[in-house]
Structures are given as structure tokens and as C-alpha cells.
Design a protein around this ligand. Structure first.
Ligand code: MAN
Length: 537
């Protein structure tokens, strides 16, 4: 109501003054156009009698003598636009038949005093005032939230700083504990490893003896079987019964093939010693026992004696074998070893049955087991301490980052931490997680492209505002170009909202982000007078 009566009064006043002032002149310049005084061009270059003002001839180089005609191409016409905002238009648009000012003052009235234009200033002014009201309400809301954000920061940051100190101390203690337990673990592991190695080495030696013994037994069996006439040597003729020695695959074992396999024995036949030393090493992989489908290495005999044949003419070997047996027995009968009858007979039988249980390493001795348990415990204790330290370290880094981040002059941006905001355009969904990262995801795809991580605030050069733009840098590399980056321009808004995203240069993105955090200044009340005090070109 107040507003309406104000406009009516203003319209009346402007009607009165219109008859006195030259056309197209701003109220505040009226004193420069005095009909009783010569007119001086604004640029002071020339002075004319007042008749030159608005005589439709351009006298002043700056066009100031023709504010109300189109005579000067560089002239400016002032539209008072009462009810809305006054504005300047180029004098080129004066009296051109098009209504440019909302009050129609740029077009000549008819001799009857009627304007060819409809005055739309009041309705346009209303729309503009309503929009200004809405803007103001938004800013008001934003400012209220801004104050909440600052309070939140103040309430939480002190706590975080305190927490940082205590976590830093616990982290240091946890680090000491971790190092202590690491040393213990390494010491016990050293003992464990030495004990295990000792056991393993002893076993390796025993296993070697067992394998050698088995090999000798196999050789003996093979010799006895190959020596068909039992004359104490294997002849080429005897070998020729074994087709596995048919090297060229022609179906028969030739003399040459037999001789070759017997490694050219001195008297044409291989005695036990020659067989053991020269022949067996070469044929053991090839030799098949009669009736056996398998290699002797795995073959299960059908009618072999359970005992290894005695070796009457090889006493030395027998003696050595006996010693090996003794050693094996001793190993097995240590307190930790497995207890079983380790007789040669049983051993041979087990082998013939294809049972390799003998070749499994015996259990570790009790003392070694105790060391292994102790090492397990030390490893577990260390692992627990490491996890505890890592957890504190993670908490410490997070607190350090929070307390070191610049959340604005009063910490107002702190409230945005940990939140993400999205905006969809035709092709992509853009994501902004303030103080963390920015990303771009194809609407119909899964791959998320990093547009950068928060680096720092960038000031606005014109306004000097330190908190104008957030820079996100070091995003995914652009093909044949730079790493992606984003400049996020913040503006006051009633709520947090990602407003626009663009890519002004390839892989350089720009976002507009509205946030209450940018509403540090309370909005001034709307001054309705400003609608026609204000001038703009
Ligand atoms: C993707 C998107 C675009 C970008 C090109 C550059 O398609 O990240 O925004 O311009 O890569 O190759």
C-alpha cells in the first residue's frame, strides 16, 4: 500500500518536473542544463548558448548537448522509468518508433500529449521487486544457516584439536609398542627358523639315505631279474628279452642296443659292480619289471619277496646300509620322531606298496614346536599392535587434515565436509564433495572420472574475496592434454546446491555452487527507492 502511494507521488513529481527539464536528462545532472545559462559540454571542450541543447544537431564531441534526441551517435538518453528502474539507452534508439524505456519516454508524444508507448514500468517493477524479495529471503535463509555453520565449527573444532593431541599421544605409544613387539617377533622368529632348519636339514640327510637305499634295493631286484640264468652277470642276450631297451623302436632289441644299455661291459656281460655303477643309473627310468605296466619307480610287484635280497658278495655295501639303517632308526626314535618298526623288510614292503609315508618329514621336536607356538604368539601380538597403530594413524591423519584445512574466515565451510552434491547434464552426472574431490560419471556407464582433489581456495582478483573459488586439481589425465581440474565458484544460496557445470576448456571444468556458507553478510532490507534511484546503462 505504502509502495503504491509512493509511486503515485513520484509519478506526479516527475510530471511536474518533466515540463521544466530538458528531455533525456538524469535528475542528478539537471543543474548542468540551466536554461538561463550557457551550456558547457561535459568534456568541457566547448560552451554553447542553451538553445543548442536538444536542437537535434550534435555540437559537443561527447554528445552531451543532445541528451533527448538521436543527433549524437555517442549520446545517452536517460529513461526515468518511475515505478521500475531508471536506465540509460543509446540515443540512437530515441524516436525510432520502438519503445525502449518501460515508461515510453524515448518516443515523442503526439501533439495531443499521448505517448505511443504503453507504460509498463509499474508491472515490470512489481515483478522485479518480487524477485528481489525472493532473493532477499533466500539470502536471509542462507545467512541464518551461515550462522549455524559457524556455530557448528566453533563447537566441533576445539574438540577436534583436543582429540588430535590425545590421538597423537596414543599413536606414539602404539608406535613404540608396535616396534617393541616387532623386535620380539623377529627374535623369536629367528630361533624358530633356526630350529626348523636344523630339523629340516637332519631330515633331508635321512631322506637322502632312504632314497639311496631304495635305489640300491631296486637295482638289486633288477639285477636278479635281468640275470635270468643266475650266473652273476647280465648278458646282452638277457637284456634282449626286455623290449623297453628297443631304442629305435623296430620291435627288437638289437645287439648294439643291448650293448649300449649295458655300457659296454668288459667281458660282454655286466657283473653286479658294473651293473650298479654304470648300467643302473642309465636304465632305471626305462627298465620295467616283467608283468609290470609301470616304471619300476612306481611299480607294485606281484610276487616280490618282502625282504631285500642279501648281498653276500658286497659286504662293504651291507655294512654301509646297516649304518644308514641305524641312523634312520635313531632319527625315528628320538623323542619327537614317529615310532614305527623301521626294519628293512618293512621298508622295502612299504616302498613296493607305493607307500611314500616314509618320505614324509617327521614331526618337529617338542622344543621346536614350543618355539613355533611362541613365534605364532609373537606374530599375533605384533599384528594386533600393528592394526591398533594403523587405526590410530588413520584417525590422526584425518584429524590433522580437518584441523589444518581452511574452512573460511569463520570456519563456515566446515559444515560441507563429508557431503557430496550432484548435478546431471545431458551426458554426465557431476559430483562435488567439498574439500575432498570432484568427479564426472557417464549417465549410462559405471566409470567415474576424477576431475581432481581439493587443493586450495583461490581469491577473486576483483573483489579480493579470499574464499571465492575452490580449486580441485590433479584429476584423471586428459588424452593428449592436462590433468583434469575444476574451479568451483561459490555463491550465497539458501541451501547447498550444485547449480551449473561447464567445460570452458577441454578437461578444465567450472562449477557454480550455491551454499549458505557464502552468506556471511546479512542481506540489506530492500530499499524500494533504489528502484528509481539506481541508474544503469
Ligand atoms: C571425456 C570427458 C570430457 C572430456 C574428454 C576429453 O569424454 O571427460 O569432459 O572433454 O574426455 O577427452
Amino acid at each position: 500500500m505504502m509502495e503504491r502511494s509512493f509511486i503515485v507521488i513520484a509519478l506526479l513529481m516527475s510530471a511536474v518536473s518533466a515540463s521544466l527539464k530538458p528531455r533525456g536528462v538524469d535528475e542528478k545532472n539537471l543543474s548542468l542544463y540551466r536554461p538561463d545559462q550557457p551550456f558547457q559540454c561535459f568534456d568541457k571542450s566547448k560552451t554553447y548558448s542553451f538553445e543548442h541543447v536538444n536542437d537535434d544537431y550534435c555540437d559537443c564531441p561527447d554528445g552531451s548537448d543532445e541528451p533527448g534526441t538521436s543527433a549524437c551517435p555517442n549520446g545517452r538518453f536517460y529513461c526515468p522509468n518511475v515505478g521500475h528502474r531508471p536506465k540509460y539507452i543509446s540515443s540512437m534508439f530515441v524516436d525510432d518508433g520502438v519503445c525502449d524505456c518501460c515508461d515510453g519516454s524515448d518516443e515523442q508524444r503526439t501533439p495531443g500529449g499521448e505517448s505511443p508507448c504503453q507504460n509498463s514500468c509499474e508491472s515490470l517493477g512489481r515483478i522485479a521487486r518480487e524477485a528481489a524479495e525472493r532473493r532477499r529471503a533466500t539470502m536471509e535463509q542462507g545467512h541464518t544457516l551461515y550462522k549455524d555453520y559457524v556455530s557448528k565449527y566453533e563447537a566441533e573444532i576445539a574438540e577436534k584439536r583436543e582429540k588430535l593431541k590425545s590421538v597423537e599421544a596414543s599413536r606414539a605409544t602404539a608406535d613404540d609398542e608396535k616396534k617393541r613387539l616387532q623386535t620380539t617377533k623377529e627374535e623369536v622368529e629367528k630361533l624358530e627358523s633356526e630350529a626348523k632348519d636344523t630339523h629340516q636339514k637332519a631330515w633331508d640327510e635321512q631322506k637322502k639315505v632312504i632314497l639311496e637305499q631304495r635305489d640300491r634295493q631296486r637295482a638289486e631286484l633288477a639285477f636278479d631279474e635281468l640275470d635270468a640264468d643266475q650266473d652273476g652277470s647280465v648278458s646282452t642276450a638277457e637284456l634282449q628279452h626286455h623290449l623297453e631297451f628297443d631304442v629305435d623302436g623296430d620291435g627288437v632289441v638289437s645287439d648294439d642296443e643291448a650293448r649300449e644299455n649295458l655300457e659296454d661291459p668288459p667281458n660282454g656281460a655286466a657283473d653286479r659292480t658294473h651293473f650298479h655303477e654304470k648300467v643302473w643309473p642309465h636304465i632305471k627310468e626305462v627298465y620295467r619289471r616283467p608283468g609290470s605296466e609301470h616304471d619300476t619307480a612306481t611299480a607294485a610287484p606281484t610276487e616280490e619277496p618282502a625282504t631285500v635280497p642279501s648281498l653276500p658278495d658286497e659286504e662293504e655295501d651291507e655294512e654301509e646300509e646297516r649304518r644308514a639303517e641305524e641312523r634312520l632308526k635313531e632319527f625315528r626314535h628320538r623323542p619327537h620322531g614317529r615310532h614305527h618298526d623301521n626294519s628293512r623288510e618293512d621298508h622295502a614292503k612299504k616302498h613296493d606298496d607305493g607307500d611314500d609315508a616314509d618320505l614324509k618329514m617327521p614331526e618337529y621336536p617338542e622344543e621346536t614346536k614350543r618355539l613355533m607356538d611362541a613365534a605364532d604368539q609373537a606374530r599375533n601380538a605384533y599384528e594386533d599392535a600393528r592394526k591398533a597403530y594403523d587405526e590410530l594413524d588413520r584417525e590422526y591423519s584425518e584429524l590433522l587434515s580437518v584441523t589444518a584445512t581452511d574452512f573460511g574466515a569463520a570456519g563456515e565451510y566446515y559444515a560441507l565436509r563429508g557431503q557430496c552434491f550432484e548435478l546431471e547434464d545431458r551426458e554426465y552426472v557431476y559430483k562435488l564433495c567439498p574439500f575432498d574431490r570432484a568427479a564426472q560419471k557417464q549417465k549410462h556407464g559405471h566409470h567415474e572420472t576424477s576431475l581432481g582433489r581439493f587443493e586450495a581456495w583461490r581469491a577473486d582478483a576483483t573483489s579480493g574475496n579470499k574464499y571465492a573459488v575452490q580449486a580441485y586439481t590433479n584429476g584423471e589425465g586428459c588424452w593428449n592434454g592436462p590433468a583434469r581440474s575444476v574451479a568451483v565458484k561459490v555463491q550465497c544460496g539458501g541451501e547447498n546446491k550444485l547449480l551449473t557445470v561447464s567445460e570452458p576448456n577441454r578437461c578444465e571444468y567450472a562449477m557454480d555452487f550455491a551454499t549458505p556458507a557464502a552468506c556471511s553478510v546479512p542481506p540489506p532490507p530492500i530499499d524500494h527507492h533504489s528502484f528509481w534511484d539506481h541508474t544503469e546503462l
